[in-house]
Design a protein. Structure first.
Length: 131
């Protein structure tokens, strides 16, 4: 019963991270999303564009379709966590989100979450109502 209640109240958080055609950015986003799901309680962090960029061609048609799918995903989330500057795709995702928003740009440089960052993100997640 406790697990069932927990599942019903977990927030769905979209992780926004730059890609720019560089698979190293996808690797960083993948690591950070995994760390978020390990360390932060009360939320499921998703980064649905990761499988697409690893397997789709890097051309304008694929990027346009991928962005359309990302925007459809972010609209359904309770919040968005942006981990890089709000430029291009990340800005579009940010602007599309109707839920709670947290921009935590300094994570990009260190590639992992400090205790301060994790505490800040946890406090933010705890403050989000489930939509």
């Amino acid at each position: 019963r406790d697990n069932e209640r927990t599942v019903k109240t977990m927030k769905l958080i979209y992780v926004a991270h730059k890609f720019g055609g560089d698979l190293r950015n996808a690797d960083r986003a993948d690591r950070l999303t995994a760390e978020l799901n390990l360390r932060i309680n009360g939320a499921v962090f998703i980064c649905p564009w990761l499988p697409m960029v690893r397997h789709w061609p890097n051309n304008s048609g694929a990027l346009e379709r991928g962005m359309m799918l990302d925007l459809a995903s972010v609209k359904r989330c309770d919040g968005i966590l942006a981990l890089t500057p709000l430029l291009t795709g990340v800005k579009s995702e940010w602007d599309t989100c109707t839920g709670s928003k947290l921009h935590f740009e300094d994570v990009e440089d260190c590639g992992a979450f400090s205790d301060y960052a994790a505490d800040t993100i946890q406090t933010w997640v705890d403050s989000i109502g489930v939509f």
